[in-house]
Design a protein. Structure first.
Length: 49
């Protein structure tokens, strides 16, 4: 599973959750952590060439 399709799946999940009347703070936290990890991994990969 590529990073792109992984991120796309997460965006789809977020869109589905947005239909609900309440916000799941745990899901937001997990999404932020995932985005941060992906960013760090991307930067590290760019630095190491």
């Amino acid at each position: 599973m590529s990073l792109y399709s992984f991120a796309e799946a997460n965006l789809t999940t977020a869109a589905d959750r947005r239909r609900r009347p309440f916000v799941d703070k745990g899901q937001i936290t997990r999404t932020l952590v995932l985005c941060t990890i992906l960013l760090v991994a991307l930067i590290a990969r760019l630095h190491h060439g």
